[in-house]
Design a protein around this ligand. Structure first.
Ligand code: OGA
Ligand code: MN
Length: 357
C-alpha cells in the first residue's frame, strides 16, 4: 500500500475516509507518487496486463463507435481486485470529440433529467447548450461563481432515471437510452466477456477543478452480476478503489480522458470515490487537436468547429464521467413497489453525486 497514504492510516479505522481526505487536501498538496498511472506502461506486481478477446468485437464494429480494434487495447487487472478492468483510452484519434459533444450538448437535453431541473422550470432548462455557448468561461482556477447553465450542470441521468432521494430506479421513470451510447457500451462489455450486457441507465457526473465524489457503493441496480462501465473525458482525476468495508484502505489510480473502467464480478460492489480532479498533462491538449482527425465510424457525426470550440473551453477546466449500468437482470422486470424498510436502508448509504469544496 501507498507509503505516504499508508502513514495516515491506522488499523481498525475508516481507512477509506482517511485516504480520501489525504488526496482531497489542498494545502499542502498531497504526495501523488503512489497513484497508479496505467497510461505509463509500467507493470508491477499489482498491475497485471490482461488480453481481452480480440475476436469478440470485429474491428468494424469497434471503429463504428470510435474504438481501436480490441487487439490494440491496453487493458489491466489490479492485484487484489478481481473483476476490475482498466482500459487506457481505447478511443480512435478523432472520436473523443463526438462523445464529449454528446455529453455536453445532447445528453443534458430533455427528456433526460439533470440537477438544474430540481429547481428550474422545464422551459429554463431547455437547451442548456444554446443558453451557455456565448458566456462559457475558460477560467481553470479560482472560486468565482459559475455563470452559465453548462457550468452549473452537475449530473444528468439517462434511461431509468436514478432517484437521488430514494436511491432507486423505477419502471415508470424511464426515457429511451441513447442508442449510440448503448452501442458503445455493448462493444466494451462484449470485449470484456459480457456479450449480453444491456445499457439501461446512465449517470453523467460533471466535475469542476474543485469537485469530488464521495465514498459510495453502486448497489441500487437490481442485478449486481452485470458490470458497471465508466468513461472519463476532459481533465484527469484520482479514483480510489477500496474493499467491501470502509476500513479497507483503497488503491489510488489516475483516470485520464478516454479511459474506461469496468467494475465486474467481486469488484462490482466495492467502495470507491473520486477525491480530486487533477490537471491533465497532455491528454486534453491532444484531444483538443483531434477534431477532423481520423474519421470515426458511421454513427459518429462530425462535430462542427463551433461546437468543438465550446467543448474545448469546457474540458480545459472540467471533467466528465459517464457510468453505464444494467439495472435489471436479463429478461427481468421491476418487482412490485418496494416496502418502506428496504427504501430506508438504501437511503442510509451514500450517493454517487459530486460536491464542491
Ligand atoms: C459513479 C462513479 C466515478 C467517476 O457515478 O457512480 O463512481 O469517475 N463515478 O466519476
Ligand atoms: Mn460509483
Amino acid at each position: 500500500m501507498a507509503k505516504m497514504a499508508a502513514s495516515v492510516v491506522e488499523t481498525g479505522e475508516d481507512a477509506f475516509k482517511k485516504i480520501f481526505k489525504f488526496y482531497k487536501r489542498r494545502y499542502p498538496p498531497p504526495d501523488f507518487s503512489d497513484v497508479i498511472d496505467f497510461s505509463k506502461c509500467v507493470t508491477t506486481d499489482k498491475i497485471v496486463p490482461v488480453k481481452l478477446n480480440p475476436a469478440a468485437v470485429s474491428d468494424d464494429d469497434a471503429a463504428n463507435v470510435g474504438l481501436h480494434p480490441v487487439k490494440g487495447w491496453r487493458a489491466f487487472n489490479l492485484q487484489g481486485y478481481p473483476g476490475f478492468i482498466f482500459i487506457t483510452n481505447p478511443f480512435l484519434r478523432g472520436s473523443q470529440p463526438f462523445w464529449i459533444r454528446q455529453c455536453l450538448k445532447s445528453y443534458p437535453q430533455k427528456p433526460n433529467v439533470c440537477n438544474l431541473d430540481m429547481h428550474m422550470s422545464p422551459a429554463d432548462t431547455q437547451d442548456i447548450w444554446a443558453k451557455s455557448v456565448t458566456n462559457l468561461s475558460c477560467a481553470s482556477v479560482g472560486k468565482r461563481e459559475p455563470r452559465t447553465l453548462l457550468e452549473r450542470l452537475r449530473w444528468v441521468t439517462l434511461g431509468y432515471h436514478y432517484n437521488w432521494d430514494s436511491k432507486t430506479y423505477s419502471a415508470n421513470h424511464y426515457t429511451p437510452f441513447p442508442p449510440e451510447l448503448h452501442l458503445l457500451s455493448s462493444q466494451i462489455a462484449t470485449a470484456c466477456g459480457f456479450a449480453d450486457f444491456t445499457a439501461e441507465a446512465g449517470i453523467l457526473n460533471y466535475y469542476r477543478s474543485d469537485s469530488s465524489l464521495g465514498i459510495h457503493v453502486d448497489e441500487s441496480e437490481l442485478d449486481h452480476s452485470r458490470p458497471l462501465l465508466s468513461f472519463s473525458f476532459g481533465q484527469s482525476a484520482i479514483f480510489l478503489l477500496g474493499g467491501t468495508h470502509r476500513r479497507d484502505a483503497p488503491t489510488a489510480m489516475y483516470m485520464h480522458s478516454g479511459d474506461v473502467m469496468v467494475m465486474s464480478g467481486p469488484s462490482r460492489l466495492l467502495y470507491h470515490a473520486v477525491p480530486r480532479v487533477v490537471p491533465a498533462r497532455q491528454e486534453v491538449a491532444l484531444v483538443e487537436s483531434e477534431r477532423g482527425g481520423a474519421q470515426g465510424g458511421a454513427i459518429l457525426e462530425q462535430v462542427s468547429a463551433e461546437d468543438w470550440a465550446v467543448c474545448c473551453r469546457y474540458i480545459r477546466s472540467s471533467r466528465i464521467n459517464v457510468t453505464v449500468r444494467q439495472v435489471l437482470g436479463q429478461g427481468r422486470s421491476f418487482p412490485p413497489a418496494e416496502d418502506e424498510t428496504k427504501r430506508k436502508r438504501r437511503r442510509s448509504s451514500d450517493s454517487p453525486k459530486t460536491e464542491e469544496t
